[in-house]
Design a protein around this ligand. Structure first.
Ligand SMILES: O=c1ccn([C@@H]2O[C@H](COP(=O)(O)O)[C@@H](O)[C@H]2O)c(=O)[nH]1
Length: 268
């Protein structure tokens, strides 16, 4: 029997610290690295990130959009990046923010969670905008494949506040219900931005991981993690992309710096 996503994630967080590093090969970062904005530029960028940080980050989060820009050639690079990460033993969280009606959601689940798919990750991000119930097929698939999902609750961008603060408690309650009885974590995490001015929602009963994007380029610092998430600090997975990716020569040292600061602020 394979370990559940929750067991694998807990193991990685305990061994490597809580940090999730994004792979975001944007045109600006490719240019900063002296690479062409092309599928081969994407591939070089992604391979370098995998080789440089896979033993110092608990989780790595490729951003699908930057690969999809290149159509099938970009998606082929994404498939190879996921395979490289899996071979390196890192947990792969694919940031795709999918959500749709029943049969369509089932197709997304098959693409990103079914362990036989070339795009299968350890976990994916999902959008609950079609109702939390619309995600059930993906959650069932995640459990069947020892994978996980992270559902958008309060995202890191300020424009989301007016909409999401009205429904975030419903998202958290849906995730908590799906996680009931699972140890050490259930398969359903939530996304809560590290940039939030205050945490206006209780996460105490979630029994799942909390992905906290927004460190660095979006203005949040590791100290914000302690300010926002103190009661659930052991479940927080802070995420950073541009702030560590800006310079390939400093990629490993910046990752270790963020990781160590996050450990400091998220340890009792
Ligand atoms: O609430 C969210 C959810 C996802 N993201 C994604 O994370 C990275 C952030 O990149 P930075 O360079 O660290 O700002 C990016 O892929 C976003 O799409 C997020 O920012 N906020």
């Amino acid at each position: 029997m394979n370990d559940s996503f929750g067991t694998r994630l807990r193991g990685r967080l305990d061994k490597f610290g809580p940090l999730c590093v994004g792979i975001d090969p944007s045109p600006a970062l490719l240019d900063a690295w002296g690479l062409d904005d092309s599928p081969s530029g994407l591939e070089h960028f992604s391979r370098t990130v995998v080789d440089t940080i896979c033993d110092v980050a608990a989780v790595v989060k490729p951003q699908s959009a930057f690969y999809e820009r290149w159509g099938s050639r970009g998606v082929a690079v994404l498939e190879r990046t996921i395979a490289d990460l899996r071979e390196a033993g890192t947990l792969v969280l694919l940031d795709v923010k999918r959500g749709d009606v029943d049969t369509t959601m089932a197709a997304y689940a098959e693409a990103y969670l079914d362990r036989g798919s070339p795009l299968a990750a350890d976990a994916v991000t999902l959008s609950p905008y079609l109702g939390f119930g619309s995600l059930e097929v993906a959650i069932t698939s995640a459990v069947a494949n020892d994978a996980g999902v992270f559902v958008l609750a309060r995202t890191s961008n300020p424009a989301a506040a007016g909409l999401q603060q009205r429904v975030a408690d419903l998202v958290i309650a849906g995730a908590a219900a799906a996680n009931a009885g699972h140890r050490p974590f259930g398969p359903v995490g939530v996304v809560m931005g590290a940039t939030l001015p205050t945490l206006d929602h209780s996460l105490a009963g979630l029994n799942g991981p909390i992905l906290a994007p927004g460190l660095g380029a979006q203005g949040a610092s590791p100290a914000d993690l302690a300010r926002l998430f103190a009661p659930v600090r052991g479940s927080v997975v802070p995420s950073v992309s541009r702030a560590v990716l800006a310079d390939p020569k400093r990629l490993r040292s910046m990752t270790m710096r963020y990781r160590d600061e996050c450990v400091t602020y998220l340890t009792d």
